[in-house]
Design a binder for this molecule. Sequence first.
Ligand SMILES: Nc1ncnc2c1ncn2[C@@H]1O[C@H](COP(=O)(O)OP(=O)(O)OP(=O)(O)O)[C@@H](O)[C@H]1O
Ligand SMILES: [Mg+2]
Length: 267
Amino acid sequence: MILYLHSIQDISVQYETGDLPVLVLCSDGQQYICKYMRPNATIAYKLACEFMGALFADAWRINTPPFSIIQIKPAHWASISTPHSYSAPAIGFRKIDGVIDITPTTYQQVKVGKQALYQLLKIALFDFWIANEDRTYNNANLLYQLETNTIISIDYGGILNNVSFDYPLTQLTETDSILCADIFAHISCHVTNEQLKDAVSHLQKDYQRCLIRAKEQTLQLANIPKEWNVPITKIQAKANELFSDKWIEDTWTNFVECLKQNSNYGR
Ligand SMILES: Nc1ncnc2c1ncn2[C@@H]1O[C@H](COP(=O)(O)OP(=O)(O)OP(=O)(O)O)[C@@H](O)[C@H]1O
Ligand SMILES: [Mg+2]
């Protein structure tokens, strides 16, 4: 179920990352990192990608922050100079505490083992499936919760080949995957070939279940806010591509190929 909230306080923080998201205290008493409509032709489609990516990541049971649709009250924008829409709602991701960003300088803090291996492989496969071009070497878009050893996926603003609604989906190039980043080398070099093989075989079965759960969630795409003016037909067409047999099969092949190039898998 999608949660609808509103802001209850002035925006206190603006992040300096690409989308200039803002931190908002909301009517459920939680803080959300919000991405919002701006006077820019492509932003609405990017927001729709955030919605779709978060919906499907959750259906896959990937650790990802819960999201909601948030009406930020006009008065609460006072301290923010970035142009924005006052009327269209934002998409907000619940702020997770006790996390660090996984970067080329922090990845060594991730505790190696089977848990981290499986979480990362699953996120990598999800990225191939959803054609996420925004999780790469320098920009992992991953958080790590130190206390629970949880790798958390964020930021779906680059899915569907970086928001390409007018062309058919294309498979990621190998270097677009998190499997090429230091974090994966760090984890995979500490597991045995046997453990890697077991994880991949488990993931192959899990993949089918993930797709079934994701498909069940496609009805929720109708809840993409109307104010973003993204035709539902365009969203539905992309969903259809994602669930085509050929795409599902090619995704797996491509994932395994990438894995072979970046680990001992298959040797
Ligand atoms: N749910 C969350 N809990 C805690 N911190 C978060 C959460 N979501 C995002 N952040 C923090 O905010 C930063 C920016 O988030 P995000 O990557 O979604 O924004 P962006 O502007 O789309 O980034 P990019 O530059 O990759 O386009 C993250 O790197 C992280 O530090
Ligand atoms: Mg990001």
